[in-house]
Design a protein around this ligand. Structure first.
Ligand code: KIV
Ligand code: ZN
Length: 506
């Protein structure tokens, strides 16, 4: 529910986020991301910069037609043409900007202060005459002369701007300076103020919060902190800090954060760093014995927020820092009970592997446990009978996979972007209904050099309950190795399903 107390989230993943070096998304992908953002509960979606390309206009029109709950906005410079193109894209809300810092005016715009002021006034008046909602940004506001900046903001307010945005274009502000600017602008315009913070010094979220604390109503953010250079303020970090640390209300459905982050990462092809707050792979992972022990007794010991709040699950990692408590907790999850001496042996053996410099996947740990406990229930449910791949320059890669599951044969054929994709899709088609899994990560490394190099494939799959199971295989043939790693991960997922049905491995 939106209330006047709530801050507003202006998501610019589809505009500033798309300006991440090397990223472009197709109109269809933009549309899909916009649907996800709307579901997430963002208040405004900056869908693009219409004048940039016909594809941009096409995406914006398609998003506009959908009649989303979020307001949809598009970027325009302060030129008649940019604004006309934005109007022609069916938008009713534009975000228009011109730089106000001396360095931008002198070296980029080659304009005087008077000319910049004139253009800003023109753009706002022109867009308002065409019935648009207008948000005005003074680019590089935080490096602009404060008096001139206020003069520009006051002038655009007088000719009808609806909202004012303060961009910290190169992430140069401190929280203290942002507070001053926001206070100035609220006092001089009386309009709702937004902040648009870049992360060059890692202060984007802190600067946005400083804005909220003195009355800013809205922050421009991106999913995963995507954006030019070091990116923009990350939506997920800002929202969770507001909620948990500052008790500032918002309209985001936080339990969808992880899913939307994954979706955007895959659509935009930008992998999230593992130690990124809230959405990084390790944000709710625990390895060290001291930590896992604490977590098992009470998760609050080492988790400031509960993973479920952001759509995630806690996980424990085997490895050299892991102790008996952590290893036991992982094995417990798979219903594997051990004697004390078996557990001791498993812990010691996995430390030897870790000391040799190898990370230990869930599958490695379970295989180790199976060697120590020697129990039939570890037997694989999915067995690979055979597979065939067709691929080539003018052929759509196609895979036919034959599996045996609990003594019954299954066959499936799928196409993909490459042979590995086709084969893994065929496996998932067969597995559907038996072990519903999503591939969360697929990684291919070459261990040795040369065209006959040994490849190492790591996969992480997620089951319906959000459990992540990792497996790794190495071999000379990339497709065979990928298929084996995937089947191994599914087998370990199946083990977990057996346990859920009440079976115990002893
Ligand atoms: O960072 C910035 O200054 C911008 C403007 C277009 C508002 O993205
Ligand atoms: Zn920006």
């Amino acid at each position: 529910m939106t209330s006047s107390k709530n801050i507003r989230i202006f998501d610019t993943t589809l505009r500033d986020g798309e300006q991440t070096p090397g990223v472009t998304v197709s109109p269809d992908q933009k549309f899909e991301i916009a649907m996800k953002l709307d579901e997430l509960g963002v208040d405004i979606i900056e869908a693009g910069f219409p004048v940039v390309s016909p594809g941009e206009i096409q995406a914006i029109r398609k998003i506009m037609k959908q009649g989303l709950r979020a307001e949809i906005c598009g970027l325009a410079r302060t030129t008649k043409n940019d604004i006309d193109v934005a109007i022609g894209s069916d938008l009713g809300y534009i975000h228009t900007f011109i730089a106000t810092s001396d360095i931008h005016m002198q070296y980029k715009l080659k304009m005087s202060r008077e000319q910049v002021l004139e253009k800003a006034i023109f753009a706002v008046e022109y867009a308002k005459k065409h019935g648009m909602i207008v948000e005005f940004s003074a680019e590089d506001a935080t490096r602009s002369d404060r008096e001139f900046l206020n003069k520009v903001f006051k002038a655009v307010a007088e000719v009808g701007a609806d909202r004012i945005d303060i961009p910290d274009t190169v992430g140069y502000s401190t929280p203290q300076y942002m507070s001053k600017l926001v206070t100035d602008v609220i006092n001089s315009t009386g309009l709702p103020v937004s902040v648009h913070c870049h992360n060059d010094f890692g202060l984007a979220v802190a600067n946005s919060i400083a804005g909220f604390q003195v009355g800013a109503k809205c922050a421009h953010v991106t999913i995963n902190g995507l954006g030019e250079r070091a990116g923009n303020a990350a939506l997920e970090e800002l929202v969770m800090a507001c909620q948990c640390l500052y008790k500032i209300e918002h309209n985001i459905k936080t339990e969808l954060l992880y899913d939307v982050s994954k979706f955007v990462s895959s659509a935009m092809g930008i992998i999230v760093q593992p130690n990124k707050a809230i959405i990084g792979e390790n944000a709710f992972g625990h390895e060290s014995g001291i930590h896992t022990h604490g977590i098992i007794n009470n998760p609050l010991t080492y988790e400031p927020i509960s993973p479920e709040l952001v759509g995630r699950k806690r996980w424990m990692q085997a490895g050299k820092h892991a102790g008996a408590h952590g290893i036991k907790a992982i094995l417990d999850e798979f219903g594997i009970t051990t004697t004390e001496s078996q557990l001791k042996e498993i812990v010691e053996r996995q430390k030897i592997i870790a000391d040799a410099g190898k990370s230990i996947t869930t599958s490695d740990l379970l295989s180790l446990a199976s060697e120590v406990i020697k129990n039939k229930q570890f037997d694989e449910s999915f067995k690979l009978n055979d597979f065939h791949i067709v691929t080539g320059l003018n052929i759509i890669p196609t895979a036919v996979v034959k599996l045996n599951i609990h003594d019954k044969d299954f066959i499936a054929s799928e196409t993909g972007v490459g042979p590995v994709d086709a084969a893994l899709k065929a496996i998932q088609t067969i597995a559907h209904g038996i072990a519903n899994i999503k591939i969360r990560e697929y990684k291919l490394d070459s261990i040795t050099g040369g065209s006959d190099a040994l490849a190492e494939v790591s996969v992480k799959v997620e089951d319906k309950e959000g459990n992540i199971i990792s497996a790794r295989k190495s071999g000379k043939d990339i497709v065979v190795t990928s298929v084996q790693a995937m089947i191994d991960a599914i087998n370990k997922t199946m083990l977990k399903k057996l346990i859920e049905k009440g079976n115990k491995v002893k």
